[in-house]
Design a protein around this ligand. Structure first.
Ligand code: CP3
Length: 370
């Protein structure tokens, strides 16, 4: 496929993510392409979820939907895919069950059940297995035509292993807690294997056209401060430390790296030193406190309104935006902040209320003469 792309007309998020001062804070939201959009359901039709991920034409159409609906209000697209494509590439079956979420018919059970050895010993080729993602990224860059940058992503090793062991969403985390507290060495070996795949997968996404990358550690908050240090942090750090040299080896320019360790508020100080450029905050953080913890380190914060505010009144949305603008010190700093929600946008949100959120950010961060 041809990899020459139109120059960016809006590079705000790239400049902000590298820590530069910018004219206004860039905006995007996690899960901006998805179930809350009527056009998503229309385009998805009767296709299975992973079928959409595997079809570059559908995936790029879905990626562009929020960019088209909110033209001029948002500053980045995120490729339509899922974090669970890595377990699939590792040979595991993952289905998306309507209204229930992901389901692994054969999750990993114990390190000696045979499947563990099979997964550990398998020579996984993410260039081949996930070729459809790279095709979708390249096609999306073409269709974006430089409107906004495209974000690539992967799941963090810890979060991916949770799914591989639990077999789907969970509230108890019984299986993965059994693993970390009963089989810590086997757990770490698998986390290391996943980390290596993440580096290669992200590098290939950049090669295909991704202009920033985000690592989603959605289940980080299920760990204790001490277990986060053992089972999440080293692997997040591994990715941040190995991706830039891998890109260089491939003859590619570096891209800003974002990490989203959801729920691990206690670890923010350590997360600042892992090598990422941007840290995604969930809504458990007060922006003032987070800015203080970052101090003079060159870290950009991303977030962090409670997505639930979008079920509320416009007055509540305005108040939340005012608090965020103040909390991130925007008027004084003009840097260090990318606007997002504290987690993905949830189904049943009225997209027009999300539009109002975007408009309020624009209105309340506008500088004289802009
Ligand atoms: O717009 C975007 O952000 C890009 C697309 C995207 C999806 N999943 C599409 C999706 C991204 C970035 C993800 C990441 C992802 N997937 C995460 C990390 C982010 C987070 O929410 O913490 C996780 C944990 C998953 C795993 C996953 N995929 C779950 C738990 C579910 C079911 C819950 C849900 O929100 O529906 C999915 C399905 C999924 N991934 C949908 C979409 C649009 C819904 C599928 C459907 O029902 O049509």
């Amino acid at each position: 496929m041809d990899h020459s792309f139109a120059p960016l007309k809006n590079d705000l998020i790239i400049r902000a993510a590298w820590g530069q001062k910018v004219e206004r804070p860039p905006i995007w939201v996690m899960r901006q392409a998805g179930r809350y959009l009527p056009e998503y359901h229309q385009a998805k039709g009767t296709h299975d979820f992973f079928e959409c991920c595997r079809d570059p034409e559908i995936s790029s159409t879905l990626t562009l939907q929020p960019i088209e609906r909110f033209a001029g209000l948002i500053d980045a697209a995120i490729i339509f895919s899922d974090i669970l494509v890595i377990p699939q590439a590792m040979g595991m079956t993952v289905e998306m069950v309507d209204k229930k979420g992901p389901h692994f018919p054969n999750p990993l059970r114990t390190p000696d059940d045979g499947q563990y050895a099979e997964v550990m010993n398998r020579d996984v080729d993410v260039s081949k297995e996930l070729d459809y993602v790279y095709k979708a990224i390249t096609m999306t860059r073409k269709k974006l035509d430089g409107r906004v940058p495209l974000i690539g992503f992967c799941g963090a090793p810890w979060t991916l292993l949770c799914y591989m062991v639990e077999g789907g969403g969970t509230k108890m985390f019984k299986e993965i807690k059994t693993w970390i507290y009963k089989y810590p060495e086997e757990t770490k070996a698998l986390l290391q294997k996943i980390s290596e795949l993440c580096v290669e997968y992200l590098a290939l996404q950049v090669k295909a056209g991704a202009q920033l990358v985000q690592v989603f550690d959605s289940w980080a908050g299920e760990l204790s401060p001490s277990s986060f240090k053992k089972f999440s942090q080293p692997y997040l750090a591994y990715i941040a430390q190995h991706l830039p040299p891998r890109l260089e080896e491939m003859g590619l320019e570096p891209v800003p790296m974002i990490v989203f360790p959801k729920g691990a508020w206690y670890a923010l100080n350590d997360v600042c030193d892992m090598g990422y450029n941007v840290i995604g905050l969930d809504w458990l953080h007060s922006p003032e406190e987070a800015v203080k913890i970052v101090g003079d380190r060159p870290i950009v914060l991303q977030g962090n309104a409670d997505p639930g505010v979008l079920y509320g009144s416009h007055a509540s949305i305005t108040e939340t935006v005012q608090e965020m603008v103040k909390g991130f010190g925007w008027a004084e700093r003009k840097q260090g902040w990318i606007v997002n929600l504290g987690h993905g946008i949830t189904p049943f949100v009225n997209p027009e209320d999300l539009r109002f959120y975007f408009q309020e950010i624009h209105r309340l961060t506008k500088t004289e003469g802009q």
